[in-house]
Ligand binder design. Sequence first.
Ligand code: ATP
Length: 461
Amino acid sequence: MYESMNNSAPKSGALPVLDHKDAANRPGAQQSGTTPAGDIALSVSHLYKVFGKRPAEVIKRLKGGKKRSELSALGTAAVIDASFEVKKGEIFVVMGLSGSGKSTLIRTLNGLWAPTEGSVVVGGTDISKISDKELRRVRQEKISMVFQHFALMPHRTVVENAAYALQVQGVAKAERLARAEKILSLVGLEGWGAKFPGELSGGMQQRVGLARALCAETDILLMDEAFSALDPLIRREMQEQLVLLQSELEKTIIFITHDLNEAMFLGDRIAVMRDGEIVQIGTPDEILTSPANDYVAQFVQDVDRTRVLTAGGVMEPPLAVVNLSGGPRNALRTMRDLQVSAAFVVDRRRNYLGTVRDRDVMKQVEAHSSDLNAVIRKSIDPVSPDTALNDLFGRAVESPIPLPVVDDAGRLVGALPRVTLLAALGNVPSTTGEFPVVDAAVAPIPEQVVTAALAKTEGDA
Ligand SMILES: Nc1ncnc2c1ncn2[C@@H]1O[C@H](COP(=O)(O)OP(=O)(O)OP(=O)(O)O)[C@@H](O)[C@H]1O
């Protein structure tokens, strides 16, 4: 059985990761000079958020030069003296390791946490100084949030989920559903409105999450590790769609991630956090080329494309995939149809089992065997989506067929032909996004020969 991820997967040829967009042309991209107040969507000034028993004392000692690790008995300083401005229409990425304070910071931006000290000004309003009622209004009108685990209501349909913010705003049912349907088509979910979230894949559920946030028609979207739970190919597709939507709708997006690759792809500017502090704010290029300190330098150490780019970031959809249970005949048909001489074999759960060659499969067909397992080669070990390209060149050179990319659960999620690796390095499109499953030197058995072999054994199938 031939399985293709073509419909859901981006073409890597269109995905030069580091400079997929011209930052200078983006609305929020200007870096130099003073930004006029009217162009600021959100500003944070000397913000502290301390959890624990004695937050004021913690801040006093931090200001006196103590480190947060020395003050843990008094409280946890999750955000320390953060100051930055986010421009309208900008994608501002907050990046840092686990525990660096990203989630706390983002929750302070929409008033879920009150700052211990400092201010958060949204659209001209200091949300640390307003009543709960006013804060709810700011949240409804100015800021929406997209969560990592979607947070959809399982018993409501997709369109009802998307329309939720409008319901809260008191918009009449017919109107809110009509508006939500429009937004659903904008995020690629046209015709899915009547389904329930459980009937959708993870990527589609996150589109609903995005649609729900867009429906609220707020200027600012806060996205907390919004794509981290998605398969790499779907994740990349969502990243691309977010960039497109942003340029269409001109939303201001504050995006939290621990993934450098994602930060580089999405961010007009990136704030790097460490132990509660923002240690650098800059464009991806600035972060890469002028790291503010050793920590940032280590984060992006020796970054060249081969290191920033990962297998998951540049892989292609695995085109030639055959299912073990389909047996040799189906496998051979698939290879004939695709005109390839090898294919990846998966089981019903899409677990990667190995590769098969057309010659071996044809022998099985001619021997009237239904056993594909017998000819699976396990010599090509799969790679993880997180593997840096740098670590893959040796293997790619040795392998006559693309390297299979397999997720933590063992499922085949992509393929890495040599041409894609080279294209990623040179930042040029790899062909059309489609690839030969084997290198040219290993030509497939001619189509007529395979067709004849299949026909000869037709009666026995
Ligand atoms: N409600 C809380 N009470 C006490 N400490 C907290 C609370 N929330 C976060 N912290 C602490 O604040 C620090 C920053 O946590 P935060 O979740 O903001 O980091 P993060 O960068 O988002 O990490 P992750 O990516 O793991 O979510 C951590 O030391 C964490 O244990």
